[in-house]
Write a protein that binds this ligand. Sequence first.
Ligand SMILES: Nc1ncnc2c1ncn2[C@@H]1O[C@H](COP(=O)(O)OP(=O)(O)OP(=O)(O)O)[C@@H](O)[C@H]1O
Ligand SMILES: [Mg+2]
Length: 255
Amino acid sequence: MAGAQVEVRGVWHTFPGKGGGLRVLEDVSLDVRPGEFVSIVGPSGCGKSTILRMLAGLLAPGTGDVLVGGASVGGVPGRVAYMPQRDLLLPWRKALGNAALGAEIGGMDGGRAREKARALFGRFGLVGFEEMWPSQLSGGMRQRLALLRTFLIDRDVLLLDEPFGALDAITRREMQGWLQEVWQADGRTVLFVTHDVEEALVLSDRVVVMTSRPGRIAVVVDVGMARPRGVADVVTPEFSRLKAELLAALEQRSG
Ligand SMILES: Nc1ncnc2c1ncn2[C@@H]1O[C@H](COP(=O)(O)OP(=O)(O)OP(=O)(O)O)[C@@H](O)[C@H]1O
Ligand SMILES: [Mg+2]
């Protein structure tokens, strides 16, 4: 699509293995426009993380292509800010040092990265915890820290793989509200993976539903509801209608 910030074009992928290997993706195409928030939902093992890894330049697609900013990623990392499915905080770095890590790897001077990270601790609800070790933080704080680290990487595109997966329902809602605020202030393009259709509807401009493995795109749903969205929106007829549509699409098998 012309003008797309993120593009997956006709991707098929099979991981090597016995009996011809494991076919994971079949003819997957999707695009994300600049500044758009798109979520991918789908059953476990359908290839969601695989798509993000391709866009992050960590895995080359078997067939097809993935593009960021109109150019093929070509299996080279560093074009996007990527938060993997596990938070991957380094236990031997304090919170501030962990927050600065992605920007440092991206080439920012260490002192400058820490300075920029420190300035974001307020927005991420982590003020006062800069000198704590990851083991001293709660699960929600660790995920916010991993997200802060990802936001600090100066790229137009954010790929977030189940960033709230490990959280309880209440913390999760808080984080969703907070992510919407941060994203709206920030204007970056987000591709977000989640199992949770309500979460996808609260956060997204569009939701892409994948079938079970081998993953194909079952349907793409536009979410037109006004922002910011919160608990009150979840009980509206429009929300229920969209949720039913997504759940029905999730029932589809590949084939
Ligand atoms: N490097 C790899 N080598 C072999 N198989 C792999 C590799 N990476 C992923 N797979 C397999 O590919 C399939 C898709 O994995 P992927 O992590 O993309 O799924 P997912 O949709 O993100 O699942 P979940 O929702 O559980 O995170 C799984 O069956 C997984 O075991
Ligand atoms: Mg995954």
